[in-house]
Design a protein around this ligand. Structure first.
Ligand code: SF4
Length: 65
């Protein structure tokens, strides 16, 4: 699975980072970075799902590879 970020919706609030810090990081410029790229490691799927659900702007989604 891959993470997709809609940059037009992301406001850099960082809830995703709080829920899944191994995958998401908001940099000093307020821009979301995917720490290990856009492929979701299997052991982080549950955390990424919670980040997708927790994003208040609906900027995150996932897609089959
Ligand atoms: S929670 Fe959503 S809006 Fe906030 S930084 Fe993450 S993707 Fe962007």
């Amino acid at each position: 699975m891959k993470i997709q970020v809609d940059r037009n919706k992301c406001t850099g609030i960082g809830i995703c980072e709080a829920l899944c810090p191994d995958t998401f990081e908001v940099d000093d410029h307020g821009k979301l970075q995917l720490i290990s790229g856009d492929t979701i490691p299997k052991d982080l799927l549950a955390e990424v799902d919670s980040a997708i659900s927790g994003c208040p702007t609906g900027a995150l989604s996932k897609q089959a590879c």
